[in-house]
Design a protein around this ligand. Sequence first.
Ligand SMILES: Cc1cc2nc3c(=O)[nH]c(=O)nc-3n(C[C@H](O)[C@H](O)[C@H](O)COP(=O)(O)OP(=O)(O)OC[C@H]3O[C@@H](n4cnc5c(N)ncnc54)[C@H](O)[C@@H]3O)c2cc1C
Length: 458
Amino acid sequence: MTATHHTPDLFALSDIRGPVLRPGDEGYAEEVAGFNLAALHTPDVVVAASGADDVVAALRWASATGTPVAVQATGHGANFPIEHGLLISTAGMTDVRVDPERRTATVAAGAKWRDVLAASAPHGLAPLNGTSTDAGAVGYTVGGGLPVLGRTYGYAADLVRSFEVVTPDGLPREADPAHEPELFWALRGGKGNVGVVTSMVTELLPLRTVFGGGLHSPGENAEALLKAWAEWTRTVPEEMCSAFGILRLPPIPQLPEPLRGGFWARVAITWTGDPDEGEQLLAPIRAAAPVAVDLVEEMPYTAMDRIYMEPQDPLPARESCLLLRELTADAIRAFLDEVGPDVPDCPLLVAQIRHMGGALARPARAEDAICARDAHHLLETVAVLPSPPVAAAVERATASLHTAMAPYGTGRTMVNIHGTPGDAADRARAWTPEVYDRLRRAKRTYDPHNLLRFGHTV
Ligand SMILES: Cc1cc2nc3c(=O)[nH]c(=O)nc-3n(C[C@H](O)[C@H](O)[C@H](O)COP(=O)(O)OP(=O)(O)OC[C@H]3O[C@@H](n4cnc5c(N)ncnc54)[C@H](O)[C@@H]3O)c2cc1C
C-alpha cells in the first residue's frame, strides 16, 4: 500500500507514520473494507495506524478539527456505514506478546483472536475468544466478549487487567482498576464509546485442548432436539458450554460436504473436562434425534473454529440477538413457529440459542458494563444478504422472530451481537437503564464533543 502523506489539507496528519488515505487514493478501498460487506465505509480520510502514536496524532487532529471518528480492526462489526469523518484502521497493529509466567497477553488493537491463540498455545495457554477466531480481540472485548467457554470462565472483558487507550482529546491513558477506573469500567462492555484502545493486557487460561464440535441432525428433527437440549441445559455442569441452532447452509465449498447446502438442527458443544465424561454427558442429546453428521472430537484449542464453523471469508451479513430470561415450552414453540422446519422459505442462515448462566451469571471481579448476567439463554440470528429482495425478507423474518420471542426475553441484547444499530432507543437495549445512564456520563467526561459518534453509541 502506498502512503499519500502531505496532502495539503491533511497537513496536521503529517506526523502519522502509517498511510493516510482519501477516497480515490491507492489502497483506500482495501483499508476501509471490513469482514461484513453489508456496510460500505466512505470516510473522508482513513488513517492506517502503525501504532499508538498514530492513534494519538489522528485523534489530536480530529479533536482540533471537530472531525467525527470511527475505528475498525477487522470489520466483523461493520453493520453500519461510516460516512465522512475519520476512520482509524488498526488492522496493521497485530502485535501479541505473551508473558507465560504471569499468564497474560498484551494484545494490540488490530490483532485477531487467531493471532492471540497462535502466540498463547505454545505456552499451553488460551484466551476467551468467541465463535470465530477471525474477529478482533480488542473490538470483541470492549463489547464484553461472550466466549465459547463463557459458562465456564465468564466474559472476556473480565479477564482484562488494563487497557492502553487514547481518549478523543488525543490523550493516551492507562485504564485499570486503580487508574481511570470509570474508563476501565466503560471499556468492559460499553463498546467503543469512550476512546480508542491501542492495546490491552488480558489474562490467559491454562488450556491446551477442548472436547467439542457439532452434532447435526436433519432439520426435520429440530423440535425433538431442541426440547431435549433445553431440558439438558438445566442439568449440565458449568464446564459444558453449548448452543442449539437451526442451520440453512448454502452450497458453498467452504463447508464440509455432508453439511453443505443442507438444513440442519445442530447442538454444538464445548467441554473442558475429561472427554469421556463429556461423551457420557452427551448421551441424552444423542438419544433425542438421529445424528447424521457428528463432528464432536477432542481438539487443540487452536482448532476451535471447527466447533461453530463460522464463515471465514468476508460476506454481507445481518445479525441480531435477544437475551432470554428462560427457555420455556412456549418459547420453544414460538421459536420453531418462526424458524423451524414448517417455515421452508425462512431466509435466516442461522437461528441459534446459546446456553448462558454459570460463570456468565456471576458478578465481575471489578464492576463492568455488561448487562447479560440475568439471561439464561441468548438468541442470535445470522443471515447473508446477497440481494435487496433477500435483505428485505431477512428484515421481515428477523423482526417477526423478535416479536414472537419478546415475551421470553429480558428486553436486552449484547452489544457485540446486537447487529445493525438503530435509533437511540434501539441502541440502549444493550444495557440496563442504570448502566446506560452511567455510560452516557462517562461519554460526557471522555468524549464531550461526541467525536466517537458512529455505530453503537450511547
Ligand atoms: C462470525 C462472527 C462470530 C462472532 N462471534 C462472537 C462471539 O462468539 N461472542 C461475541 O461477543 N461476539 C461475537 N461476534 C461479534 C464481534 O465480537 C463483534 O463484531 C466485534 O465488534 C468484533 O470486533 P472487531 O474489532 O473484529 O470488529 P470491527 O468491525 O473492526 O470493530 C467493531 C467495533 O468495535 C469497536 N472497536 C474496535 N476496535 C476498537 C478499539 N481499538 N478501541 C475501541 N473500540 C474498538 C468499535 O466500536 C467498532 O465500531 C462475532 C462476529 C462475527 C462476524
